[in-house]
Structures are given as C-alpha cells and as structure tokens.
Write a protein that binds this ligand. Structure first.
Ligand code: 6PG
Length: 229
C-alpha cells in the first residue's frame, strides 16, 4: 500500500526501515515459513544493513529462514567490492548467518549475460516478500534506467542489461513484472541529491519511461527531510 514517511536524517530512515524488515520477516515466516527479501546495492541502504546486523536488531529476524535475493547486480566477480553480492554479504548476510545456500547471487559476471538472467528466473518465480529499492538521481531503480526497453517488458522477471548508462554497462536486473509481484516494496531515499528524482517519481503526472522509479509509487517510501525536498 502506498505510504510516504519523512524522517529527520538517514539514521532515522534506517531505523524505520529495519523495523519494516523485522515486521515483514515475522509475517512471512509465520505465514509461509520463509522470508524472501530482495536487496539493493548503492550507498543508501548501508545504514539499514549495518543496523540489521547490530546487536539491537539481529535477533529480531529469524535469519536461518531468510532467502536473500537481489534487485540487480553489476558485472563484477563475487569476490570484488563492486559486486552488490560481495558488499551485502559482508555488511549483512555473513554477519547475521543467512545460510550460504539461501543467498541467490545474480551472475552478472557470466560470459553469457542473457543466459545468466534466465538462470535467475526460478529464484523469483514466487513473489519476493519484501523488495528493498533505492533510486538514482536520474530516476532509475534497480538497473532499470530511463528509456530502457525493459520498462515495456511484460514476460520476464529478470533481464540482462548490456548498455547501462552508469558503469559497468553489463548488469542483471529485476524487471517491472518482478517489482509489481513483490508482496511489499520498501523504497529508501536520503540526501538532497535525490529530491528532484523523488519529486518526479511521486508526482501525479509523469512517465515511467522518463522516471522508472514511478514503478514504485505503491510502495512504502522512507525519506529523510533532504530527499523529501
Ligand atoms: C545499485 C542499485 C541502484 C541504486 C541506486 C541508488 O546496485 O546501484 O540497485 O538502483 O539503488 O543507484 O544508489 P545510491 O543509494 O548509491 O544513491
């Protein structure tokens, strides 16, 4: 359900987001026995991931029942900090003890990128319980950039990106279908640099093609005062 909440600073946003994650995990585990969370890279969720791994929060989620999925991935080996997998694993997944077999990496470093995207489809054939997303100053989300033909994609839930305007050009991303199917979407935006993109994403009028983050309008948006403009 669409919701917007504005907090004083990024730390307060992270705290509210951690509470949303803990509540969504409890609901999913009570209902279906597992919690399938979709995680994003970028700098914005760093405070959230650190907080979830902190003594205050780590026992509020039953981590052995968590399956970690990714919103997108860059063409980087899993051993390199440029990969969302590496970074999120170090910051959160390893520290809280998500079983390695429950961490579903997108292999955007594969030679055959389209095949690697197809190989990820079974991981998201069931809806993601909570998908955590950010947005870029250009209005992109996951690796869905303005003007991308993937914004028109209706069939696939996962797709290769060969020409991302932000480096590296090769990536794998969830598509609008996978985002629409997620049971809950949590959007985080902090800092004045995001204010214009947030405004365009949440404006009544506008085109998703120009601002892909409009796909997230029905989600729960947690903003700091700077990003809320
Ligand atoms: C990524 C993301 C991407 C990110 C936005 C915001 O891997 O880069 O999935 O969509 O969320 O670019 O990034 P920042 O949080 O760094 O501003």
């Amino acid at each position: 359900m669409a919701e917007r909440r504005v907090f004083r600073d990024p730390a307060a946003v992270a705290r509210a987001a951690a509470q949303t994650v803990a509540a969504a995990a409890a609901r999913a585990i009570a209902g279906r026995g597992v919690f399938r969370i979709g995680l994003s890279g970028g700098r914005t969720p760093e405070l959230l991931y650190r907080l979830l791994a902190s003594p205050e929060f780590r026992d509020r989620v039953d981590w052995p029942r968590v399956h970690a999925l990714f919103a997108d991935e860059r063409d980087a080996p899993p051993t390199e900090p440029e990969s969302n997998y590496w970074w999120i694993r170090k910051l959160l997944l390893e520290r809280v003890g998500v079983p390695p077999g429950s961490v579903h990496r997108m292999k955007a470093d594969a030679v055959d990128l389209d095949q690697a995207a197809r190989d990820y489809e079974p991981a998201v054939s069931e809806p993601i319980d909570l998908l955590v997303l950010g947005l870029g100053e250009d209005g992109h989300t996951a690796s869905l950039f303005p003007g991308s033909p993937l914004l028109e994609e209706g069939g696939r839930r996962v797709a290769a990106v060969h020409d991302s305007p932000e480096p590296p050009p090769r990536r794998i991303t969830l598509t609008p279908r996978a985002i629409a199917e997620a049971r809950e979407v949590l959007v985080l935006a902090t800092g004045a640099g995001k204010a214009s993109a947030v405004g365009r994403a949440l404006a009544r009028e506008g085109e998703t093609r120009a601002c892909p983050a409009r796909l997230l309008r029905d989600g729960e948006w947690l903003l700091d005062e700077a990003a809320a403009g």
